[in-house]
Design a protein around this ligand. Structure first.
Ligand code: ADP
Ligand code: MN
Ligand code: MN
Ligand code: MN
Ligand code: MN
Length: 369
């Protein structure tokens, strides 16, 4: 959405007023819960709140709920109820207080089948069958900040910033924009219980990255979805828009990805490099399956990003190499030296569904499907 105001109305609200109300003691047996789900686009999150009576002690204590799926591209108006099945909880950084929670949910249709955009169901099934290999994932989420006119935040209105070079891991007012948002997000995620492992400014100005993981099984993908929710919510307060579009600026500007770092128990053990090479061989035979799973439009979004330029490989070819940032799969230098560790799949788009990515990696590399 763009606005004739040229600025976000949210940014003009005095944020300190809410603090008075956040300090009000609530009845001890009342919990504020924000139920979060992925909508029919497969890339946007939705959320709504409810009060829970009594303090839950396990995920099963959170009631199954529902929403109007005809308003989220998930159902017809004539049969609109979609179910929310709670799957994981996080501490709510927006509502300090011991028991307030974010409740990540899966979506199910009226007939109790997963909705089309519920990629978690199949992923969890694969993870349970691959559990003895203890798959770990670490995802690098790149994203771009925009102003209300969809221009990268901090860019001149008429014209462009200087060419890429000084911005990656940059420091200084002419190199990075909105660091406070990034810092707020980092701390809010750690508070929530998300395993954020780091953050950095990216190659294109107004582009940033945070990393989640390594997390075993479903943990990394669950964490990433909640980290995205927290990012959009904090940006809302600043009046800044977050886009996960993989190529927000055409031309000589880097796109945005979600590199997925992956390992199995065997890869992490001595001489695990042999297993890493086996996995790369399997991946080389399933390139199309992976491209289809690595953005929400079956590869169309990545068409704009995986050009073979700007530290990407061509969408049409599979390649792998040590320390090669122009390959589909990179073996980090340290992994090659240690002869064990993990591989980095550089193909997933910034707006990928991490459930679809982790699912494809496990099915190709562990389950041999
Ligand atoms: P890059 O050099 O590609 O920018 P980053 O430091 O941004 O790398 O991210 C590396 C990611 O790899 C982190 O998310 C980290 O959690 C993850 N990682 C580290 N070790 C493993 C492992 N053994 N298995 C899976 N992921 C791992
Ligand atoms: Mn209503
Ligand atoms: Mn990185
Ligand atoms: Mn990066
Ligand atoms: Mn990377």
């Amino acid at each position: 959405m763009s606005t004739v105001l040229g600025y976000s109305p949210n940014a003009r609200i005095d944020k300190t007023l809410l603090e008075k109300f956040l300090r009000l003691p609530l009845p001890e047996d009342r919990v504020q819960a924000t139920y979060i789900w992925i909508d029919g686009t497969g890339e946007n999150v939705r959320a709504k709140d409810r009060t829970i009576i009594g303090v839950p002690t396990s995920i099963k204590d959170y009631p199954i709920w529902n929403f109007d799926g005809s308003s989220t591209y998930q159902a017809e108006g004539s049969n609109s109820d979609v179910y929310l099945y709670p799957v994981a909880t996080y501490k709510d950084p927006f509502r300090p207080g011991a028991n307030n929670v974010l409740v990540l949910c899966e979506t199910y249709k009226h007939n109790k089948e997963p909705t089309e955009s519920n990629k978690r169901h199949a992923c969890a099934e694969a993870m349970s069958r691959a559990a003895d290999q203890k798959p770990w994932f670490g995802i690098e989420q790149e994203y771009t900040l925009l102003d209300m006119d969809n221009r990268p935040f901090g860019w001149p209105t008429n014209g462009f910033p200087g060419p890429q070079g000084p911005y990656y891991c940059g420091v200084g007012a002419n190199r990075v924009f909105a660091r406070e948002l990034v810092e707020a997000h980092y701390r809010a995620c750690l508070y929530a219980g998300i395993d954020v492992s780091g953050t950095n400014a990216e190659v294109m100005p107004a582009q940033w990255e945070f990393q989640v993981g390594p997390g075993e099984g479903m943990k990394c993908a669950d964490d990433l979805w909640v980290a995205r929710y927290i990012l959009h919510r904090i940006a809302e307060e600043y009046g800044i828009v977050v886009t996960l579009d993989p190529k927000p600026m055409p031309g000589n500007w880097n796109g945005a990805g979600a590199h997925c770092n992956f390992s199995t128990l065997t890869m992490r053990q001595d001489n695990g490099i042999i297993e890493i090479e086996k996995a790369i061989d399997k991946l080389s035979k399933q390139h199309v399956r992976h491209i289809q799973a690595y953005d929400p439009k079956g590869g169309q979004d990545n068409m704009r990003r995986l050009t073979g330029h700007h530290e990407t490989s061509s969408i049409h070819d599979f390649s792998a190499g040590v320390a090669n940032r122009g390959a589909s799969i990179r073996i980090p230098r340290g992994v090659a030296e240690d002869k064990k560790g993990y591989l980095e799949d550089r193909r997933p788009s910034s707006n990928c569904d991490p459930y679809a990515v982790c699912n494809a990696l496990v099915r190709t590399c562990i389950l041999d499907e």
